[in-house]
Each structure stands twice: as C-alpha cells, then as structure tokens.
Design a binder for this molecule. Structure first.
Ligand code: PMP
Length: 453
C-alpha cells in the first residue's frame, strides 16, 4: 500500500487547493485525507476505517473496489480512450449505453443526451426545454419553476433552478426566468396540519405560481423525487399525484431530477417510478457509473424528442465529454452488475425495509425529533426538546457530523438534519453497524451538550 505523509499533504492542500463547498480559511488543522476504500468503507491517511454512510456524494452505489468497473475502464481506454459524438460520429460504448438506458427507462422515454455531470444535465434541461417551446411556436414560454431548497447543481443554470438561498446570494444575478415554489417539508414547515393536507398544499403552490406568472410563460416544473441535498425530504403521498395533475392540466413539461434517486436508491431504476409519475425529462448522473467515472445525461421523453428531432435541425449544444467512451463503458458495466446482482429487488424487498426498521429505532434518542427513510435514504431531525420539537441554535448538525467522523461513520448534516445514503450493496449486518455508529455519534453530541451522562 502506498504510504502518505499526512502533514505535507494537509499543508499543500490548504495552500493550493480551493475545495468545493468548503470554507478554505476554516480548514484549520486540515482536511481528512482519504487514501483508499473497500466495499462500504473508506480509509484515511491516519489508518482509520470509516463506514461511508453517504456513498461518497450519494453516488458509489455498488461500493468501492469493484474490479469489474476498473476492468471495463481499462479495456475501453486501451481500445479507444477518447472520441466524441459530435458531427455525425459515434462510438460503441455511447451507443450501447444509450440503448440500455432507454430499455431501463419507462416506455415513453426512448432517447438520451449525454453530459459529464448532474449540473451539466440540468443546464441541458434548460436549453432543451426552451428550445422545445420555441419549436412549438411558443417562444415566450421560458420560465422554469423549481422549489425552494431544491438542489440541481452548481453551474449557473443548476444553481438557478435549485432553491438554495445561500447559493443565490453569492455572486448573483442568477439566471432570469426561473421561479421557485414551496417544498413539501412537513417536519420543517407543515406540522400544524396532517402530512397529507400539507403535501397537497405544497403541490398546489405550483398551480398558484402558474396562474401568477401566466401559463403562456411557463415552460416546465423541475423537482427531485426526494430532495437529497436539501435534507432527504420525502414528500407526503398526496404530493406527487397533485403535481402530475397540475403539469398535465396546464400542459407544462415535468422534469424529475433523478441524479440521486435514479439507479436503485428507492428500489426502482428511477425515483419517479416509485412515485408513479411520468416525467418528460429526467436528468441523471452519480449512480449511473457508481461514481467511478464522471458521466451524466438527460433522458428525453417522446413528447420532447419527437419535436427536437423532427423539427429542430441541429441542436447547438454538447460537451467535449458527452458520452465519453471510458465513462460510458463503466456506466454500462455498472448497470449490468446492478441487474446481475439484483440490486433493485434487494433494496426494495430486503435492505430498504430492514434499514427502515433499524433506522426507526433511533427515534427514542433524546436528540431526535423525527426519523424518516425511503429505500436507502434516511434522515434524522435533531431537536433541543423532544416534546416541543424546538430546534437547537445552528451549528449542532455540523458538530454531530464531526462526531460521526470521529466515531467511524460518514453522515452528512444539512442544517440540523442528519442524512445518510449508503452504498446499495450494504448488508443487513452492516446496516446494524451503521445504526449503532449513528447512535454512538448522537450520544457523543448529547454528552457534549450536557444532555446525557
Ligand atoms: N441534481 C441533484 C438532485 C443532485 O443531488 C446533484 C449533486 N448533488 C446535482 C444535480 C449536480 O450534480 P453534479 O454535482 O454531478 O454536477
């Protein structure tokens, strides 16, 4: 195994490396240096083995150390490391992956446009949606409606579609003709009514927004089936059917951002299948390649594809790495492995229900106000008072996240919400371990706060 000089690495890191989503000045004693990984565990340069409760950034669905994926990359890089799909060229891995993806997607989806990431996929969504309405003779339909606290990436279009206020505040203005509506976050914003009533109300804010803007201006609605980065916000059952009804009624395009929920996270190929909705466009990335190489795309339903293809002529859009051969070969192998290993059935029938049961046992913890999960996504709401559900001052979530690392588990904090999204290959015994480590991290936090002995 390679030896690493942690001190030098940390010094060089803080001197030269501007990290994503990080306060570089506050790095303090330096970053944790991750040097290796196997299965559902990561290793750091100080010899710690840590259970990766986040599958990297919600992406390493088949777990670390998969030789099959390494071999798929090596074979493709040996044969053809790069070529593009521009100007009437193509290559086998991109073609095979396109065919496979459209076989896995619902029947009305038969095309895919490849990108290099989730953010690029959402940029592609904006351009495609606007082009569609232009071709339909309604070029004034340019407004895309997203949700507050939604996440769709970090490029200008991704950040604009997303509803993360701190991102909007840094270096605006954001993209014009993007609007936002309420999120279906019952614990945070709707507890005075039943979840079903609240879900309906949150969905109806889409109808209000369409009326306010005028339907002649509204092009599409975009949302994650379950908000991930916003805090694993699982909408009440009443939410998605009402959203689908509104999109159908007003004829606006429905975009389901499947970057996290796609590829088995909810026990189906796509999160929208779990919620029984019929999106016109589905941006994808992350789990498509289990994060082994960067690749994303937009799955395009027939309603849009037919117009773009039949009437659109050349679409002036594409990335150097759209359908990159090595990335496509790895993604294809990843999807085959998911099928061979029955990952969807496993999440749906075995590990998802088992995780739900074990995760729910954390509800008795003094710091926990709500426990929720769906498939292999889970969240805990930290509260100062279990009866009134009063929140802590900001900062406890980050403290708990640091305690998780010290305890030997990666969990993410979103404000005062702790979230997990483990690799989909996690076993029942490893779920027990995850829940045990989560409890230890909560105990440590509660002791630091003087709430436990
Ligand atoms: N959409 C969603 C739902 C995401 O969760 C993310 C990434 N967390 C993105 C888009 C952006 O993907 P990327 O970071 O690959 O650009």
């Amino acid at each position: 195994m390679q030896q690493h000089d942690t001190h030098t690495l940390r010094q060089d890191d803080s001197r030269h490396h501007l990290h994503p989503f990080t306060d570089t000045k506050a790095l303090g004693s330096g970053s944790r240096i991750i040097t290796g990984a196997d299965g559902i565990y990561i290793h750091d340069s100080e010899g710690n083995r840590i259970l990766d409760g986040m599958a990297g950034l919600w992406c390493v669905n088949l777990g670390y150390g998969r030789r099959e994926l390494v071999e798929a990359a090596a074979a493709q890089m040996t044969e053809l490391p790069y070529y593009n799909n521009f100007f009437k060229t193509a290559h086998p891995p991109a073609i095979k992956l396109a065919k496979k993806l459209t076989e896995l997607a619902p029947g009305h989806i038969n095309h895919v446009f490849f990108t290099g990431s989730g953010s690029e996929s959402n940029d592609t969504v904006v351009r495609m949606v606007r082009r569609y309405w232009q071709l339909k003779g309604q070029p004034q339909k340019t407004v895309i409606i997203g949700r507050r606290n939604g996440y769709h990436g970090s490029t200008l279009a991704g950040a604009s579609l997303g509803g993360m206020a701190p991102m909007h505040e840094q270096g605006g203005p954001m993209l014009p003709d993007v609007a936002h509506i309420a999120q279906p976050y019952w614990f945070g914003e709707g507890r005075e009514m039943s979840p079903q009533e609240f879900g309906l109300l949150a969905a109806q804010s889409l109808e209000q927004k369409i009326k306010e803007l005028g339907v002649e201006r509204v092009a599409a609605f975009i949302a994650e089936p379950v908000q991930g980065a916003g805090g694993v916000i699982i909408p009440p059952d009443s939410y998605w059917p009402e959203i689908q009804r509104i999109c159908d009624h007003y004829g606006i395009l429905l975009v389901a951002d499947e970057v996290i929920c796609g590829f088995g996270r909810l026990g189906q190929w796509f999160g929208s299948q779990h919620f029984n909705i019929k999106p016109d466009l589905m941006p994808i990335a992350k789990g498509l390649s289990s994060g082994y190489l960067p690749i994303g795309g937009v799955l395009v339903g027939d309603r849009v594809a037919e117009v773009l293809i039949e009437q659109g002529g050349e679409f002036y859009h594409g990335f150097t790495y759209s359908g990159h051969p090595a990335c496509a070969a790895v993604a294809l192998r990843n999807l085959e492995l998911m099928e061979e290993e029955g990952i969807l059935e496993r999440v749906r029938e075995l590990t998802g229900p088992y995780f739900a049961k074990q995760w729910a046992t954390l509800a008795d913890h003094p710091l926990v106000g709500e426990v929720r999960s769906l498939g292999l996504l889970g969240a805990l709401e930290l509260v100062a008072d279990k009866t009134t559900l009063a929140r802590f001052e900001p900062g406890i979530g980050a403290q708990c996240r640091d305690n998780c690392f010290a305890t030997g588990i990666v969990m993410r904090s979103v404000g005062e919400t702790m979230v997990v999204s483990p690799p989909l290959v996690i076993t029942e015994a490893q779920i027990d371990e995850l829940v045990r480590l989560a409890r230890q991290s909560l105990d440590l936090t509660a002791r630091q706060l003087g709430l436990m002995d």
